[in-house]
Write a protein that binds this ligand. Structure first.
Ligand SMILES: O=C1O[C@H]([C@@H](O)CO)C(O)=C1O
Length: 551
């Protein structure tokens, strides 16, 4: 089936956390409409840019875009940003059931609210690996009162101005600024939030019946925050991650990094005369944002009855052992494709915070990604040398780099070089985390790969050493498109370069990507056929649409 959507991307007034602000919405909605499709469907989304004076694109996060690399929705990579007033047709197949989302992939437009759910159901007649009685969707995000224009400027200024912590955490686009729904049952200096319930910013209540099992589909599109999710008194059974089944495991709470999706099963086996808190709190950075809260309402009660006990306590922000305990429990479900036994090519990617001509940046092996104005997909395919660095970026970093201390020389360069892979090459990437530029400290970075799933082969503390490879999990590593690298740690992943196209691999913290924290992979461009000329009609390729010679 072809499912057609018209998406008008526009600025609108909104009040995500009850404070009126300018948000980016779609067809008058924030968050954008939920797309639901069935495995094997073709989605046809006609995006019209109604932002007045800036370009836009939409990325379909977790959809691999086999055969349609021009529809990945990455500005300067897979396509030209869509000019104001213009429309772009995204046509692609959703080949695998799962929980996905879409979001802006240009500047900080995701931070400004450009996102929504994309749910792909199994084809009719197919059964899930687990049973449930009902399902609901939980889209997690963080929210700033400083406009994204100002955030972009601050990140691009000398002196550098960091975006700082968000004002609010949002669930399905709704949050509580400077107040707590649980003020009367917990120790907090925040005032009690007052909702009549019909406000646009009022928390969305989740209605359940006792003794049923619900599937909660979760996606985190946060700009910055790593989150911990818990439901008072209830266990969470994790069954899906990034569109792949995982070996089910049960937890009291879970960490969710930006870019990740999960399905969890919740059984409503608690006292039906109570309601329960659903809570999210900040992890991995010293929080300055109140817990986000809403209510799980057993329909045996009025929804207006607040839980009588305090909400779950978010683990201490720097309790990384708690995070690791959760992450290390994720394995693939039996029957999931296994990784190839050997790799053809290995990249060791060190992330560092640097200065580039005085500007604060993130760099990978000392190169901070600066996107060219002509999209890579066209410039590589048609050999438009001169629109990006043709010199190969470094495969590794210095043997004697001390990951525990700030760099002796904090200077790095910007670059737009590309890692080129042959079709079906098996690529290993070892992400190596290190100290930030100033003081002592290392931050969490959630990495996201476009166009592929990868197997997460292992994690470790400290510096990756040759022997660590022997500990790789080749038996049941989870298949994902996101993975976290813990402070001062490393993460190893493997994928097959089986998707002709150009694919970014980057930190999903949006300001970090903006500061250059990513790399570009290109695969078998000779096999890319029939790029719609509207995808590439800008920069050095602007005449493409006239000649159309390439098809
Ligand atoms: O990229 C970042 O910059 C700040 C800080 O390191 C410099 O102000 C921060 O916390 C980041 O994650």
């Amino acid at each position: 089936t072809v499912r057609k959507y018209k998406f008008d991307v526009q600025y609108m007034y909104g009040e995500p956390d009850c404070v009126e602000q300018v948000v980016i919405g779609i067809n008058g909605h924030f968050p954008g409409p939920t797309i639901t499709a069935e495995e094997g469907d073709t989605l046809h989304i006609i995006l019209t840019n109604k932002l007045f004076t800036e370009g836009t694109v939409l990325h379909w996060h977790g959809i691999r875009q086999y055969g349609t690399p021009w529809a990945d929705g990455t500005a300067s990579i897979s396509q030209c940003a869509i000019a104001p007033g213009e429309s772009f047709h995204y046509r692609f197949t959703v080949d695998r059931a799962g929980t996905y989302f879409y979001h802006g992939h240009y500047g900080l437009q995701r931070t400004a609210g450009l996102y929504g759910f994309l749910i792909v159901d199994l084809a009719k007649g197919k059964k899930e690996a687990f049973g449930y009685d009902g399902e609901f969707n939980l889209l997690l995000s963080d929210w700033w009162h400083k406009t994204t224009r100002e955030q972009e400027l601050g990140l691009s200024s000398i002196p550098f101005r960091w975006v700082n912590e968000p004002q609010s955490l949002l669930m399905n686009g709704r949050g509580q600024y400077n107040c707590s729904m649980a003020a009367n049952v917990m120790n907090t200096s925040l005032p009690q939030c007052k909702f009549r319930g019909n406000e646009k910013c009022a928390p969305q209540i989740f209605y359940v019946h006792p003794n049923k099992t619900y599937r909660i589909r979760i996606a985190s599109t946060t700009s910055l925050a790593s989150l911990n999710l818990a439901i008072g008194n209830h266990k969470l059974v994790v069954v899906e991650a990034d569109g792949n089944y995982v070996k089910p495991f049960t937890v009291d709470d879970m960490d969710i990094y930006s870019g990740e999706t999960y399905s969890v099963l919740v059984t409503t086996n608690q006292d039906p005369n109570n309601n329960y808190w659903i809570s999210i709190g900040v992890r991995g950075r010293k929080p300055n944002t109140p817990q986000g809260l809403t209510i799980l309402n057993y329909k045996t009660n009025p929804a207006t009855v607040f839980p009588t006990s305090p909400p779950p306590i978010t683990p201490q922000w720097d309790d990384y052992n708690h995070s690791k305990t959760f992450t290390y429990k994720i394995f693939s479900l039996k029957g999931t494709e296994k990784p190839p036994k050997y790799y053809d090519r290995r990249l060791l990617l060190l992330n560092t915070q640097n200065l580039v001509r005085g500007y604060t940046k993130w760099a990978i092996n000392n190169v901070s990604l600066a996107l060219p104005s002509t999209p890579y997909l066209g410039s590589i395919k048609f050999n438009f040398n001169g629109s990006f660095d043709t010199k190969n970026p470094p495969n590794t970093f210095s043997e004697d780099y001390d990951i525990y201390n700030p760099p002796l020389n904090p200077n790095a360069n910007t670059g737009s070089g590309v890692y080129m892979f042959q079709l079906n090459q098996v690529v290993d990437v070892i992400l190596q985390n290190a100290n930030v530029m100033k003081g002592k400290g290392s931050e969490i970075h959630p990495w996201h790969l476009h166009g592929h799933d990868f197997w997460v082969l292992g994690y470790g503390d400290g510096r990756f050493e040759e022997g660590d490879e022997r500990k790789f999990n080749l038996k049941n590593p989870p298949l994902r498109n996101n993975v976290v690298v813990f402070p001062y740690g490393w993460t190893a992943l493997r994928f097959r370069a089986d998707n002709p196209g150009v694919w970014p691999f980057h930190c999903h913290i949006e300001p970090h990507l903006f500061m250059g924290m990513g790399v570009i992979f290109a695969e078998a461009l000779l096999n890319v056929k029939r790029i719609p000329s509207e995808a590439l009609a800008c920069g050095l390729l602007r005449n493409m649409s006239i000649t159309k010679k390439h098809n």
